[in-house]
Design a protein around this ligand. Sequence first.
Ligand SMILES: Cc1cc2nc3c(=O)[nH]c(=O)nc-3n(C[C@H](O)[C@H](O)[C@H](O)COP(=O)(O)OP(=O)(O)OC[C@H]3O[C@@H](n4cnc5c(N)ncnc54)[C@H](O)[C@@H]3O)c2cc1C
Length: 461
Amino acid sequence: MASGGRKAVVIGTGIGGAGCAALLSEKGFEVTVLERNSYSGGKAASFEKDGFTYDTGVHAVGSGELGPLGEINRIVGGDLKWAQIQGNRIALGNRVARYPLDYGSDESIYGILDGVGVLPENRDDCFLCFKDLATMKPEAEMEALETVPLKEYVDKFTDDPMFHQMVNATCGMLIVVTYFTGSTSEFIYCFAGMAEKANLSYPRGGMGAMARAYLDALERMGGVVEYSRPVEGIIVEGGRAVGVEACGRVEADVVVSNMGLQPTVRMVSDHLPADYLEWAISLRSSYGAVSVKYALDAEVVPYPMTLWMPDINDQESLEKYVGIMYPVPSIPDPDLAPEGCQLVLAGAVLSPDPKKKDLNNAVLDRIEATMSMLHPGIDDHVIWKLRTDVAYTANISGRDLGEVIGLSQDVKQIGKNRPEPRLPVPGLYIVGADAGGRGIGTEMAAESALNVSEMIAEDLA
Ligand SMILES: Cc1cc2nc3c(=O)[nH]c(=O)nc-3n(C[C@H](O)[C@H](O)[C@H](O)COP(=O)(O)OP(=O)(O)OC[C@H]3O[C@@H](n4cnc5c(N)ncnc54)[C@H](O)[C@@H]3O)c2cc1C
């Protein structure tokens, strides 16, 4: 759809902002992107240190090029490349199961259930539940499951403790809330979507390569990206958003914010109905995460991705260790570490509140204890180690909280209760993980970019 040279200003270069900017440019908009950081990518950025390329978070991409991130790349002519992550594992204490990419097949499900040790008498019920969760449902059925907590749904099939622990941990990994509040339909959308596409992937060059590919494509189409240029205000005139203040006025026909819903509504609070503002500010974020990034001088961890949880029957393990996800990005993409070396990212979930420093440090200590127990000798191979807390995430994304995803995908904030990307101020939209998409973290932000760019093109046609 041609846009007749309309101007768009996009605030932020997270996946949502970078993707939407490139898509709008492809639709003919004149696009200017303003980013407060000196680099792109937001929560999905990558940095270099001593020949290692590491990510802000602990990362993998649900469906790689078969999902929305790949779709944006194709539409805008980006140069993003992918590597599949094969040979994944899930472990409850010392019971370990392979987690094949097509984990929705009957053979894979039985392999996983036997590996993690569900009770023999519960095996068939657990199978039915796993199969059900790994199968996409018709839209009406998904809608009916939006407000059903995942635990309640699983309870209908089985009370097997291992199975419950596995589903809760998987919910924490995919939508970063517990299964007590996580929406069943949102979990199925993520879990079944991944099983069907069977293409868990990692972007070559690190997670930051995704936003960079979109922004490079944008610049090739004539768009402008300005770094270290924080937006201080959104200009509203005659009841419409007409640009932003960012050490000077930048005018536009449409303002697209990737700052998150709450920071955005705070900037235009005088122009919003009081009840809308109150509702928007009351929305909850997903949990946060801390991570330990290991730059190693040897290939210590032989598995590309593991989700490990302490055995719920082992009190000592529960006290000393913590459930972690630890991808080894230099296995799918060896260019991320010098030859013979290895990059390991180990992360755990906790409150997104950056003020809880002691909690952050305690969980970080447990991650290190867990990695040393699972991979004895790892500490002898450390070139450097970086501990990142939720304050680090909050600082990178420019938000008050260091949440992993954005607004949480819990039963109260999904479907008709999810914010609309069109704000009550005409000409102002939000894009990114907070609105306009579904799915896992970066893929939800990318789906939002696809949907919001279409919406804007239609609104301004
Ligand atoms: C530890 C961790 C692990 C994760 N693991 C995964 C994973 O394995 N798989 C997955 O898919 N997702 C994962 N995620 C989630 C995923 O990274 C995020 O959900 C996604 O990247 C959010 O994208 P976004 O577009 O909403 O914006 P953000 O990433 O929040 O970016 C917002 C951008 O806006 C900019 N900005 C903010 N305010 C201003 C301003 N005033 N002026 C200008 N610019 C501004 C920020 O600097 C930033 O660049 C993880 C996240 C974390 C923190």
